[in-house]
Design a protein around this ligand. Sequence first.
Ligand SMILES: [Zn+2]
Length: 134
Amino acid sequence: MARPRKSRKISNPPKMKGFKPYGMLMCKVEPVVLKFEEYESIRLVNYDRLSQEKAAEQMNVSRPTFTRIYNKALKQIAKSFVEGKAIEIEGGNYQLEKDWYRCKKCYKLIEGLESHFKCKDCNAYGQNELIKLN
Ligand SMILES: [Zn+2]
């Protein structure tokens, strides 16, 4: 039996559900899955310019675990890029710092309990129209 893995701390979920390449037919292509913590590792190192050391600290994982997550993220992105596959950002073993929801209608991210019943940017109203991300 695998030992239970500690969940990785994530401060912001991705804005989008994924990416699609254009200029090719997508119907037959299996998407590549990028887990939430893999997305976060790219965000911290390549967008926020943190060292892997600092990024590991922020995600509450050891440095070797971080490197493994980060390398997997690069591998998935490269696979998508080279093979022309879509990326689906989903799942993983993570813990969000706040309550985050996604509107099913417009995919907007909604932060916090106070705003979780209404999406300001469209007509969605009520819990049924929101997906909880935590
Ligand atoms: Zn909405």
